[in-house]
Design a protein around this ligand. Sequence first.
Ligand code: NDP
Length: 456
Amino acid sequence: MKQKSGREQAVWAADNIKPKISGVWDVAGSLFLITAPPISVHLLAYTLLKLDGSWNNLAKVVSDVGIVQTFSQAVPSSQEVWQAVPFVLCFAAFQLLCMWVVPGKYVDGPVAPSGHVPKYKANGVQCFLLTILVWAIGSYQGLIPAGWQYDHANAMFAFLNVSSIFLCMLLYLKGRFLPSTADSGHSGNLIFDFFWGTELYPRFGHWLWPIGWDVKLFTNCRFGMMYWGLSTLSYAAKQYELYGFISDSMLVSSLVQVVYVLKFFSWEMGYMNTMDIQHDRAGFYICWGCLVWVPSLYTCHTLFLVNNPYMMGRAVTAFLLLFGLLGVWINYESDAQKMRFRRSGGKCMIWGRPAKKIVATYTTKDGESKQSLLLLSGWWGVSRHFHYIPELMAAFSWTAPTLWKGNWAGFTYWLFLAWLLTDRSVRDDARCKSKYGESWTKYCELVPYKIIPYIF
Ligand code: NDP
């Protein structure tokens, strides 16, 4: 099989290090995505908390008082925002402390385009369980109201919005002038670079902890995912506090989400091999996304259910629970197949047979040729991103209960996810094609569908 030449493959490494702008739309799109989503976070929370989760109600308010007045109603006052500050800072500080002190094995991440190999401490599950334990004990002792995250939700999103913009500015400057590794570059356009970021593996605090705190491990996992898991529990506790019971819609939705987040932490080191970490730099796209978008959009259905304790009945509840858990399990299994396969150097059994593979080569920035393995068996032989289907199944089980009375705002996450994963399958294909060249083409011939066999 004809492999890409070292020179062609070096383009992948170089592109990963010095991003290129392909047209004015790259910059205009970045500008749009820096401004519109932070606004939409508040409009969504306002619609869920004050307008019965109905987009029609939001449209009516906009037509009555105009978009500016609507937005000013949706944004919390500065006094409310200040009240949210201590929680967010304590939560972030606690997570940073846990990353450092909670025991865990040190694990190597994948080779970066520069040849650098990042090191991580694998203690995600322990930190997640510890966070829940501290929250549960604190709530039981009356030190933290269990439903605090619900009471201050919109104010916290506002504080997170502002603070993450400052963090992204710092990360932009760090990547330009003080990068942690050679995997750093910029296009020269301030807006584009702020949006996409400059550095792939920024770290800080080496003077205190030799491996230092990895910024993306913190923003994506220990803040974003951790906040998601904890706020789900906090919202369920708030419903109990308000109504004296937990509805079956809240039960199924929060249970599957907590299992999903636990599954995420048990696979956290596998996440270090995905696009978010290997390809997307620490800029607004990823960092704002994990510090604000995940805590707000990814939890919006549960936020809505707090004050809408729908009872769906045993049959629907059981169906959604099984459907969701099945989704989480298949999603986990497919991520785990890839992780097992790569860790064993391709020498493992998948679905009772030796794993089939393609040996693919790629070149780092310094021209060094390296090998990688592409799995052709199991879920990875059904389609190239089959694991996105169970991801959508799981998400359906925790968002569908919000549709019980026909209002759609609580279902926003599922719609967003369907779009995101479709776009991601295209972006990942493009990335892998530029990294592996002919080997990727061969994989596409053998496994021709992106997500849904025979359809897409
Ligand atoms: P993937 O798990 O699809 O990983 C993509 C990378 O895996 C590729 O860039 C390539 O990296 C490698 N790869 C691709 N094909 C193969 C193969 N056949 N064999 C071995 N390696 C291969 O990344 P995602 O980040 O998209 O998904 C990870 C998880 O996160 C999934 O469970 C997904 O459902 C979930 N997810 C959740 C989202 C949410 O918002 N809820 C959003 C996105 C993902 P390389 O070869 O360079 O190592």
